[in-house]
Design a protein around this ligand. Structure first.
Ligand code: CS2
Ligand code: MG
Length: 405
């Protein structure tokens, strides 16, 4: 008789920021973890799992990963979207965790084995002004990073995306009663940021990958012009230059600039990026297991992307729990078209709740050799960090017009 799922539990905890985790347990006593964190809307996913998904999992064969994925996707009728796909993602990650533990091997071995020595990552150098950013870049290069993303405060503007109040951790979801409101000027941004790239290249040269996240804030024409303007600084990628609902808008950007484009952290199925990939409108796909249907669906997306020369660049911000980070690293280790992995440090409390086998060395993350994902969740400790509602900021233009955060 094959094994059966006998328990499906949703664990919400807030060790410095909110995380939602699904824990499955089989009759044979094997457990699996799945990240279900949707920053700013965590309880929507927790409820979707608790009310509609967990009851359906009890009694199912944990080995049937593909059938369970389709059962939850086609069976929902209301397909796609961040809440549904984060819920399916959590189940998928947990089932892969169980399968690899049952096989007695780290997940990447089941996904085709080691295809590289380690997973090259990028760190986040940010500061209120250019000198502060330069000091942060120096610190990352000192620590052996081969890739660094730079974000800077814009003169005349208050808080802007990517510049952390705390020098060590970046956590944008800070509004407990209501979202923090920020003000934005695209003109001020476009005028100032090329000076940041010039200063970075002047001081540190071109022997490391330089990245930047425009965070959905430009029009296609502004992005095309900006991409062309900064070609001399040879960015590894310019991220989210324009909102990605309109995939065909990226044709305008690609017609005018060779600055590589990375998009996808907000995507949740292959349908969100099918055109971007098949028309080679992007160079890196940024989907991540928790938001894009889990290990199974992210694997499908990156293998599709490989046909068109598009590489991976999985999202790895602090709102991806160590469970999602581990799943991403196992995929990074095994796929053919690996590009780069984002790596934002979690808080010490998070690392205590989610003990994990992956580790940083020589500018790379390494998965470790524990069976499965290599993550354990300390439920007792998790219970000491109760959920605390936290909104992502909203962003308005200087005249008050609602804009993109
Ligand atoms: C950002 C994220 O890491 C990134 O590239 O776009 O910090 C993003 O803002 C957060 O994940 C939103 O929760
Ligand atoms: Mg981003």
């Amino acid at each position: 008789m094959s094994d059966r799922i006998v328990d499906a539990k949703v664990i919400v905890t807030c060790p410095g920021r909110n995380f939602v985790t699904l824990k499955l347990t089989t009759a044979d006593g094997v457990t699996g973890l799945g990240d279900a964190t949707l920053n700013g809307r965590e309880l929507a996913v927790a409820t979707y799992l608790q009310e509609y998904v967990c009851p359906l999992l009890l009694g199912r064969d944990p080995a049937q990963i593909n059938d369970t994925w389709q059962y939850l996707y086609r069976g929902a009728y209301w397909r796609r979207g961040p809440v549904t796909m984060a819920s399916i993602a959590a189940v998928d990650m947990a089932l892969w965790d169980i399968k690899a533990k049952t096989a007695g091997m780290p997940l990447y071995q089941l996904l085709g084995g080691r295809a590289r020595d380690g997973v090259t990552v990028y760190g986040h150098a940010n500061g209120r002004d250019i000198p502060e950013v330069l000091d942060e870049v120096a610190a990352f290069l000192e620590r052996g990073y081969k890739a660094v993303r730079v974000q800077v405060g814009i003169p005349g503007l208050g808080a802007v995306y990517g510049v952390s109040k705390d020098r060590t951790f970046y956590e944008p979801a800070t509004g407990t009663d209501r979202p923090e409101e920020t003000r934005w000027s695209t003109e001020a941004y476009l005028h100032f940021v090329p000076q940041l790239f010039a200063a970075v290249r002047d001081r540190f040269g071109f022997d490391f990958h330089l990245l930047h996240d425009a965070h959905h804030r430009l029009t296609p024409t502004e992005a095309a012009k900006f991409g062309k303007r900064i070609e001399e600084y040879d960015l590894f990628w310019l991220e989210d230059p324009t909102p990605a609902e309109a995939q065909d808008a990226f044709r305008i950007i690609k017609q005018h600039t060779t600055t590589p484009i990375a998009v996808g952290e907000v995507f949740n199925t292959i349908w969100d990026c099918h055109q971007l990939i098949s028309e080679r409108l992007i160079d890196f796909i940024r989907v991540t297991p928790v938001h894009a249907g889990g290990v199974s669906h992210v694997k499908r997306i990156v293998e599709f992307a490989d046909l068109y020369g598009v590489r991976s660049g999985f999202h790895g911000a602090t709102d991806m729990s160590p469970v999602c980070m581990a799943a991403a690293i196992h995929l990074d280790m095994s796929i053919a078209n690996f590009g780069l992995q984002e790596y934002m440090h979690h808080t010490e409390e998070t690392n205590a709740v989610f003990r994990h086998a992956y580790y940083f060395a020589d500018g790379c993350l390494h998965p470790g050799d524990e069976p499965g994902l290599g993550v354990t969740l300390d439920e007792e400790l998790a219970a000491t960090f109760p959920y605390r509602r936290a909104y992502l900021p909203v962003n308005r233009l200087l005249d008050g017009t609602m804009f993109h955060w």
